[in-house]
Design a protein around this ligand. Structure first.
Ligand code: GTR
Length: 388
C-alpha cells in the first residue's frame, strides 16, 4: 500500500455490521457527579441541563437566547387559498439585535374546514423555495401542503438559507450577523444551530397566531434539516412533537457505531454545520461525552419520530433505531413506556402509535408522501392522547 491508498481506505465508509467497533454508550441516567437519575425531578433539574450543555459545547454550539426586538408583518393574507380549502398567511418575521436585522419568510396554510385553532407542522426546509410554493402552482411531495390541510393540520415552512446559507463561505451571512460572539467562539453556533434558532423564531410567531394551537406544533426536518429539527426540539420545549427524517450522522444515528457517515466525514464536507469543538471528535467518537440517543432523550416526554430509507445506509438505519431504543429510559421517567420492539420493524411497516415512532421506507434518501402520511398518523395518535 502507498500512504495515499491507506489514507483512502481509512476514510471509506463502513457498511459491514461485523466491522462496527465495540462501544459503550455514555450513561443516560447518571449525572456528571455520578448520581443516579431515577425520577423526572432530578432529570429536569440536573441531568437534562447537563446534557444540553454538553451538546452545545461539543457539537451544535450555543443557542443565543436574547435579541432586541421581533416584529411580524403580513406580506399576504388570503382567506381563500387552495381553492377555498385554506387560509394562506405569508409572514415576514424580522429579528433585530445589535443594529443588525434578520428576515425570515414564513409560509403558513391553515385549514378552513377543520377545527381552529389548528395543530400545525413546521418544516425546516433545506431543499429550496420551489418545494414550498405559496401559489401552489408547483407542488412537491417534500412539503405536500394539500395533504396536511385535508388532514386538518396547518402546514408551515421556512427556508434554511435565510438563517444560514448552506455553504461554507457564506453561512455566516444570516443569524450569525446578530451574534458575532458566536462566530468567534469554539463552542459557538454554526449553520445547523442557526436553522434550529430559526424554528424557534417561527414558534415565537405561531404562538401569537389565534388560528394555531400553540400546544400542538410539530417540527419536521429531512436529513440536515432533520439534524436541526432534533436540536430545535431539544432546545425549545415549546415544540410538542419532533420528526427527524433520514437525519443520520449527528442527527438521530449513534455516532459510536461508526457506520456510514462519520464525524470526520461530516466535519470535512460541512465544516460550517457544527461548532469548531466538534472537530476534536474526528476519528474519536468514543471520546464524545454524549451520543445521539441523548439528543432524543432531551426531547422526552414529547414524542419523536425517526425514519430511514432502505437505500440510505449512509444514514445508518440500525444506529438510528438503536438511538431511539436507548432514549426510552428518559420517557420511562415520565411514566411513558415507548415499548419499541427489540428488532427494527420490516421495511414499509411503520410504528406510528407510539411516543417513540420509527419506520424504514423502501427507497432512497428523501422526504416522500409515504413519510408524511405516517407523520400525520403519528401526530393524530399523540395529539389526541395529549399524554404530555
Ligand atoms: C449529505 C450529508 C448528510 C445529510 C445529507 C442531506 O451529504 O452527508 O449528513 O445531511 O447530505 O442533507 O441530504
Amino acid at each position: 500500500y502507498t500512504v495515499d491508498s491507506l489514507a483512502q481506505t481509512a476514510d471509506k465508509p463502513n457498511y459491514d455490521e461485523s466491522k462496527v467497533p465495540e462501544y459503550t454508550l455514555p450513561e443516560l441516567l447518571k449525572t456528571n457527579d455520578g448520581v443516579k437519575v431515577n425520577n423526572k425531578q432530578v432529570w429536569e433539574a440536573i441531568r437534562r441541563p447537563e446534557l444540553i450543555r454538553e451538546f452545545e459545547d461539543n457539537i451544535y454550539g450555543q443557542m443565543p437566547q436574547g435579541f432586541d426586538r421581533i416584529t411580524y408583518s403580513f406580506i399576504n393574507d388570503n382567506k381563500s387559498a387552495m381553492e377555498g380549502k385554506a387560509r394562506l398567511k405569508e409572514v415576514l418575521i424580522k429579528v433585530f439585535n445589535k443594529d443588525q436585522k434578520l428576515e425570515i419568510n414564513l409560509i403558513l396554510f391553515i385549514p378552513n374546514r377543520a377545527k381552529r385553532p389548528s395543530p400545525a407542522f413546521l418544516l425546516i426546509n433545506n431543499r429550496g423555495k420551489e418545494n414550498t410554493d405559496p401559489t401552489r402552482i408547483n407542488k412537491s411531495d417534500f412539503w405536500p401542503a394539500e395533504l396536511l390541510i385535508d388532514s386538518g393540520y396547518a402546514i408551515a415552512a421556512f427556508n434554511v438559507d435565510e438563517l444560514a446559507p448552506d455553504q461554507k463561505d457564506t453561512y455566516m451571512n444570516g443569524v450569525l450577523r446578530l451574534y458575532p460572539e458566536q462566530l468567534a467562539a469554539n463552542n459557538g453556533m454554526r449553520a445547523i444551530g442557526a436553522w434550529a434558532w430559526g424554528a424557534s423564531r417561527v414558534m415565537d410567531y405561531l404562538l401569537t397566531d389565534p388560528d394555531i394551537d400553540g400546544k400542538q406544533i410539530a417540527v419536521v426536518g429531512h436529513s440536515r434539516g432533520g439534524k436541526a429539527s432534533l436540536w430545535a426540539a431539544a432546545e425549545d420545549q415549546r415544540f410538542a412533537l419532533c420528526i427527524t427524517n433520514c437525519s443520520g450522522n449527528t442527527g438521530a444515528a449513534l455516532a459510536r457505531r461508526q457506520f456510514g457517515e462519520r464525524i470526520k466525514t461530516i466535519n470535512t464536507k460541512f465544516p460550517y454545520w457544527f461548532s469548531p469543538n466538534y472537530k476534536k471528535f474526528n476519528d474519536q467518537e468514543a471520546l464524545l461525552p454524549v451520543d445521539q440517543h441523548m439528543l432524543i432523550s432531551m426531547i422526552a416526554p414529547r414524542p419523536v419520530y425517526a425514519t430511514n430509507a432502505s437505500d440510505d445506509l449512509w444514514a445508518d438505519p440500525k444506529g438510528t433505531y438503536l438511538s431511539l431504543q436507548n432514549a426510552e429510559p428518559a420517557y420511562v421517567l415520565y411514566g411513558i413506556k415507548p415499548n419499541l420492539p427489540a428488532n427494527s420493524p420490516a421495511i414499509n411497516e411503520p410504528i406510528v402509535n407510539a411516543s417513540l415512532a420509527y419506520h424504514i421506507r423502501e427507497g432512497k434518501h428523501d422526504l416522500t408522501l409515504f413519510d408524511w402520511i405516517n407523520f400525520i398518523k403519528f401526530a393524530n395518535y399523540n395529539f389526541k392522547k395529549r399524554a404530555f
